[in-house]
Design a protein around this ligand. Structure first.
Ligand SMILES: N[C@@H](CCC(=O)N[C@@H](CS)C(=O)NCC(=O)O)C(=O)O
Length: 209
């Protein structure tokens, strides 16, 4: 069985679980030895990245590298389009989540607790996240039908975080219409619905801790 190093609240571990669910793969989750960010974990995964996958002799970190690997090893259902250009655009969309939208969201995590909050920074990030959503609207890949792609695994989790943080810290987010339509289109996939139903309560309890 596949083993993954994961912690429940990690956004990128949830992203990976959407793919595992969609591919109907069985997996076992293991907490990082020594805990999140520990030197002990870095003996196994030098970058300290969560998630990481262990499949036989292969040890692989980074959700995107893991997703590409699993999609090649378990090609059905396929999660990249057959058309070359659409495949490239799908990868671009997927990278945009990991390198642009989510990093701007993550800046807010140290400000979840009101006592530590810099409201000026929160307002700056509100604008940055809205700008990212505007950029995302131009990147959404049309013509991939209703099939779930690799690019669709990260966004539902970040969208759930934006929804939860908005009332919690007063974010003012502009959701462009194409992003709302995209969100609506992907949310009913069984893999996304199942992951969100497990993940959102964990996310909400993180806000209260
Ligand atoms: N690009 C990475 C990002 C993963 C990431 O940032 N994971 C966080 C947990 S959600 C993490 O590993 N933090 C610990 C660290 O970076 O040392 C991926 O897709 O796997």
């Amino acid at each position: 069985m596949l083993k993954i190093y994961a912690i429940p609240v990690s956004l990128y571990c949830a992203k990976l679980r959407i793919l595992l669910r969609h591919k109907n793969l069985q997996w076992q989750e293991i907490a990082p030895p020594g805990g999140y960010g520990s030197d002990e974990y870095k003996l196994t995964i030098p970058s300290g990245n969560l998630p990481a996958l262990m499949d036989g002799d292969l040890v692989l970190a980074d959700s995107e590298a893991i997703a590409e690997y699993l999609n090649e090893k378990h090609p059905n259902p396929p999660m990249l389009p057959t058309d070359l250009n659409l495949r490239a655009k799908t990868r671009e969309l997927s990278r945009f989540h990991d390198t642009r939208l989510e990093p701007d969201l993550r800046v807010l995590f140290p400000h979840i607790v009101a006592d530590n909050r810099d409201q000026n920074l929160v307002n700056i990030q509100s604008k940055k996240i809205s700008d990212r959503l505007g950029q995302l609207a131009t990147l959404i890949v049309e013509n991939t039908g209703n099939e779930l792609t690799l690019a669709d695994c990260g966004y539902p989790i970040s969208f759930a975080w934006i929804d939860a943080l908005a009332p919690h810290m007063g974010l003012k987010i502009d959701w462009p219409e194409p992003v709302l339509s995209y969100r609506k289109k992907i949310k009913n996939h069984a893999a996304i619905a199942a992951e969100l139903s497990d993940y959102v309560p964990i996310l909400k309890s993180r806000l209260q801790s």
